[in-house]
Ligand binder design. Structure first.
Ligand SMILES: CC(C)(COP(=O)(O)OP(=O)(O)OC[C@H]1O[C@@H](n2cnc3c(N)ncnc32)[C@H](O)[C@@H]1OP(=O)(O)O)[C@@H](O)C(=O)NCCC(=O)NCCS
Length: 275
């Protein structure tokens, strides 16, 4: 993989000159995106020693170069017509993934066995862990990293981060439940087992405050095993008093505990396939 990374970075140095006629370059970039598509590589991961997010920039570079190297194609599905540079992901049944009509995932995203996609969208470079439910009208932006046994409820918007290449993508850790219509963007992170109330906005500038102590726990990062909801904090500006969003940690779960409102329903998750 190191050799492929070097080849991608060499191409990136002359990315501005690449055209769809560069078939050798396209073959190299396709090899890299295939690694994302099969789950053999990922754009970002958490270093188990430092707990910091490590971004593999070369894979983001590969995705960006795809858009220079591939031409537009017309794709027809029955009465539907699309025009794009990238194909859609395929072979869901073989991968043990359930995809409801109306859902689409782009080639170069990875859906682990047991994933269920209700009518929703998963963009290139994103990774969705085993047993996760991507509910109706949820969108998983490019390169976002979603853990195992997560529930992205209806209409959740997980932001994509392709540029700048070193920027950390959104990270949703294992066993998280994100309530309906939340917006989690720009490299925000939700720690393992947390439950996030409906309509919460989280980005790296939004303070996360402990309701028990009033302390700011950080910005854009909800700690593991937290139950957090959208709240507002007062800010004084020369123009007056305004209320800006914050995220309030209402309570803490014990490690491994599932909140009673975030229990997973096995019937909805049944695939008829072994995972
Ligand atoms: C976030 C959540 C777990 C909180 O539930 P809970 O821990 O049982 O908390 P409670 O209902 O006891 O509420 C505690 C307080 O937070 C408030 N609160 C609850 N949910 C809230 C939300 N989404 N935003 C803001 N405040 C909220 C309550 O009004 C209550 O305030 P009070 O103490 O003044 O009465 C729950 O609202 C939830 O599961 N939300 C997601 C639901 C969802 O999107 N499901 C998907 C499909 S329907």
């Amino acid at each position: 993989m190191a050799e492929l990374a070097d080849q991608i970075e060499a191409l990136w140095d002359r990315a501005g000159e690449l055209t769809p006629e560069d078939t050798d370059a396209l073959a190299v970039v396709t090899e890299a995106v295939d690694l994302l598509d099969t789950g053999a590589a990922r754009v970002a991961e958490i270093d188990p020693v430092t707990d910091q997010v490590v971004v593999h920039q070369w894979l983001k570079h590969a995705i960006l170069m795809l858009f220079r190297l591939r031409s537009m194609e017309t794709i027809e599905v029955g009465p539907f017509e699309f025009a794009d540079k990238l194909p859609l992901k395929r072979n869901f049944a073989a991968d043990g993934v359930r995809v409801v009509p109306g859902a689409s995932a782009r080639w170069g995203s990875y859906l682990a066995p047991g994933v269920i996609c209700m009518p929703s969208y998963v963009n290139i470079g994103a990774r969705v862990g085993a047993g996760t439910m991507v509910d109706t009208w949820a969108t998983v932006g490019s390169c976002a990293q979603i853990g195992e046994q997560v529930h992205l409820s209806g209409g959740v918007g997980i932001g994509g981060v392709l540029e700048p290449a070193q920027a950390a993508p959104v990270i949703i850790e294992d066993e998280v439940m994100i309530g309906s219509r939340c917006m989690i963007t720009q490299g925000a992170r939700v720690g393992r087992g947390s439950v996030i109330g409906e309509g919460t906005i989280l980005n790296p500038t939004i303070p996360v405050i402990d309701a028990e102590t009033g302390d700011e726990l950080g910005r854009g990062h909800v700690p593991p095993w937290s139950v957090a909801v959208q709240a507002n904090r007062r800010r004084d500006f020369p123009g007056g008093e305004f209320y800006l969003p914050c995220v309030l940690v209402l309570k803490r779960l014990t490690e491994g505990q599932r909140h009673d409102k975030a229990q997973l329903n096995d019937i909805l998750r049944s695939h008829g396939v072994s995972m």
